[in-house]
Ligand binder design. Structure first.
Ligand code: MN3
Length: 252
């Protein structure tokens, strides 16, 4: 990767180096501390430290009818849990073991498939649960609203842009609202394939790199049980369940 880009991202990620909190610490998807702290579900023989599946933060049925209970159970309890398990397995004996998730994502190369897919899968889903809310419609406010208005015209503008990015992503992937690391006032929308994300500076295009604030999972596993092929209907329902306060907290 470009060295300056790496320094930029890794300085953002360096705990204690800058005043910007790690995205992973804000969304609860960091590695558990050494020993069994934070890893209370560990079975005998499990690695003593590693990444853990964060709580959903609400009941499986809480997002109905936008997202049904069965989809949420499988999505969180099987898909996300699988990414965490495989990420920890991929890190056993790996030189990046013990790194923060952001440092890991910023360092992953295209050919490190296990870290790319499972590190991305863990981060993306932890962010996804964090920015959803059963609490009904919300709108961005304060600085986030100002930045959205500046980039997209208004709240409807950012929703349209996210809907277009989610709809045009061919196959599996994510649509993102991203903050420019060099120019924090600048927000933009992009999409990435599979479990890639804007923190993977060695993998995604420069135009997609930055601090992810909101992600929309457009893998079929996120909606197929309830919506079948109607991705647009799923995205519209989901955008009605965005916790804009949580999105705002993720801004640098
Ligand atoms: Mn998913």
């Amino acid at each position: 990767m470009d060295k300056r880009t790496f320094l930029k991202i890794s300085s953002l990620a360096g705990a204690g180096v800058v005043a910007v909190p790690l995205v992973s610490s804000l969304i609860g998807c960091g590695a558990a501390p050494s020993g069994d702290g934070g890893n209370s579900d560990a079975m005998p023989g499990d690695a003593p430290a590693g990444f853990t599946l964060p709580d959903l933060g609400f009941a499986h049925e809480a997002l109905e009818p936008a997202v049904d209970r069965k989809t949420m159970r499988i999505h969180h309890g099987k898909h996300h849990a699988g990414y965490v398990r495989k990420l920890n397995a991929a890190l056993e004996g790996h030189p990046m073991a013990g790194s923060s998730l952001e440092t890991l994502l910023a360092s992953i190369t295209a050919d490190d498939t296990a870290l790319r897919n499972n590190g991305g899968g863990h981060f993306n889903h932890a962010l996804f649960w964090n920015i959803l809310t059963p609490g009904g419609e919300q709108r961005p406010s304060g600085l986030l609203a100002q930045r959205i208005d500046s980039a997209f015209g208004d709240h409807e503008g950012v929703l349209k842009s996210l809907t277009a990015a989610a709809g045009s992503r061919f196959g599996s992937g994510w649509a993102w609202l991203v903050q420019d690391v060099n120019d924090p006032d600048r927000l933009f929308v992009t999409s990435t394939p599979n479990q890639d994300n804007p923190l993977m500076v060695d993998i995604v295009d420069a135009s997609s790199q930055g601090r992810p604030l909101l992600g929309i999972d457009v893998w079929e596993h996120a909606y197929y049980l309830n919506y079948q092929n109607r991705r647009t209907d799923y995205v519209a329902a989901l955008l009605d369940r965005v916790n804009w306060t949580a999105v705002s907290r993720l801004m640098a």
